[in-house]
Design a protein. Structure first.
Length: 308
């Protein structure tokens, strides 16, 4: 009973936060909804990140080239504020969430998933499945609510085996750069809630009927993207394999500061872009401008992200 009362309090708090965001300047767009398969695909905002310019491009990048490229997209060079787009697939018998957002303890500009779900009248207790792309804070730390309980208590949880093993390995904390050691501590803290619930899978697996796991390692050692198949149509949830609306497409071979293995990340990014352009699949990018839904087109020796 106490747990139920706490959850009712949390729902009221989330509802208040949602109303407050709607009343504030620059309020976030809560979601996009589009038909998919026998149900619908929603892309719900978790807010946005605020990152230093070192996350935009490599340090040796020609500043004039970078500024000209970003200017074409009306993007600043002194900061990066990528959106956080969380996909939710509602089918006839399932409600599948892909990643859980940042929660309240990562960045004040993120962690708005529960509030926006409340605004959409989606009960976290109705989520049947949670599928993780990887275990970075903005994708994992929303696993636990303000009362240190699972935010999605009735869900089945799925993560790639390589990702799960990496964050739990004995030497991961020691080898991680100092500025990212909190990522390891935070991941292990959340993993403790999943020890008896997690379902591990390998690349190529059908995680849930209609959902294919795609190996997109590089951003993290076990990063996965997912293809949702419905008949002859597919939509790929790229996670952080593709992160920037300008650089990831027009300069896919530039290394990304956010990748654990930049060289592998570059290879993975181009391979995934080639697949998306060839298959003409739709794409949802976690950090592309909200709602992050579009397609990949080839333009010369690079790519473009097309919406509409």
């Amino acid at each position: 009973m106490a747990s139920q009362q706490r959850r009712q309090f949390l729902k009221k708090t989330a509802a208040f936060a949602s109303v407050a965001s709607l009343l504030s300047p620059g309020a976030l767009r809560a979601a996009l909804t589009t038909p998919w398969g026998d149900g619908e695909l929603l892309v719900i905002s978790d807010g946005h990140l605020t990152l230093p310019p070192s996350f935009i491009a490599p340090a040796d990048t020609d500043p004039d080239e970078l500024q000209a490229l970003l200017a074409r997209y009306n993007l600043p060079v002194d900061r990066s504020t990528p959106d956080c787009n969380i996909a939710l697939w509602r089918s006839a018998d399932r409600l599948v969430l892909f990643d859980v957002g940042a929660g309240p303890n990562f960045m004040p500009s993120a962690g708005q998933l529960l509030a926006n779900m409340e605004a959409l009248d989606i009960d976290p207790g109705d989520i049947t499945d949670v599928v993780f792309t990887h275990a970075h804070p903005d994708h994992l730390w929303g696993l636990v609510d303000d009362f240190d309980e699972l935010a999605f208590p009735e869900a089945n949880y799925y993560m790639g085996r390589a990702e799960w093993d990496f964050w739990r390995a004995a030497d991961t904390l020691e080898k991680m750069p100092e500025e990212r050691k909190t990522f390891v501590v935070g991941a292990r803290n959340r993993f403790a809630y999943l020890e008896d619930r997690i379902r591990l899978f390998d690349a190529g697996a059908e995680v849930i009927p209609g959902i294919e796991a795609i190996d997109t390692a590089g951003h993290t050692p076990g990063h996965m993207s997912f293809a949702l198949h419905a008949g002859s149509e597919s939509v790929v949830l790229a996670g952080d394999a593709i992160t920037h609306v300008a650089l990831s497409f027009e300069r896919p071979d530039w290394p990304s500061a956010s990748d654990h293995n930049p060289e592998q990340g570059r290879h993975t990014r181009r391979k995934l872009l080639d697949r998306l352009a060839s298959d003409k699949s739709q794409l949802v990018g976690y950090h592309l401008p909200h709602p992050g839904l579009g397609r990949v087109a080839v333009s010369g020796n690079h790519y473009l992200f097309e919406t509409g």
